[in-house]
Design a protein around this ligand. Sequence first.
Ligand code: NAG
Ligand code: NAG
Length: 218
Amino acid sequence: MASATKPIAISVLLLLFLFTLSVCKSTREEDPTPAPWPHQFHSILFMNYSGSLQIIDLWYDWPNGRNFNIIQDQLGKLLYDLEWNNGTSFFYRLDSTKECRTAHVEVGILRPNWLDGANYLGQRHVNGFLCNVWEKVDFIWYYEDVVTKRPVQWIFYSGREAHVMTFEVGAVLEDANWQAPVYCFEKTDDGNDPKSQFAIPSGYWKDGGVLRGSINDL
Ligand SMILES: *[C@@H]1O[C@H](CO)[C@@H](O)[C@H](O)[C@H]1NC(C)=O
Ligand SMILES: *[C@@H]1O[C@H](CO)[C@@H](O)[C@H](O)[C@H]1NC(C)=O
């Protein structure tokens, strides 16, 4: 009898081993994926680029094809960066300088699923939150709260950091605020925009604002 139980015991062990293997394999294949962005939200971002600090009011509005970054440099002037999904962006100030710059890019605003295809890097504690971390094309590192699935921060390859201070899902900025001022549409006689040289804060432009739609295609 003893000689018959041995092969059975070995078979059971082998089955257990194979079962464990398959469990390990299937959990490995199920790396978490980032939550898609809500189609409309408002977020206040605390930005730090090598010690240059900004507060950005971000109004993401996918159904209406528009995205707004209202940028406050520390002790500086407000800058409005209004992006349309047709590729037109307006950068302007709402003060007596009447500065406005218009840019046309090939890409629209970020799609809600722009993080698709990001590489999962595991979990980390940041700013007091346990986060899942992903990296996309060596351009951006994205940190999402494990429990609430809200973004906590993202960091650009340049080292510029965005810390998410508020995240109001469903918040929409009223239409009237999406109108670029009239001086954005004025041209001099030679067709040039006289204010086209006004400077966008360093760091901001380099990373493509908060995020530009071009990362959709990366
Ligand atoms: C901003 O980032 C720099 C590193 O680039 C760091 O030394 C500094 O403490 C940060 N400042 C704030 C207010 O987070
Ligand atoms: C894109 O849409 C905005 C807002 O409707 C408009 O002001 C702008 O002229 C449009 N740009 C192009 C290239 O059609």
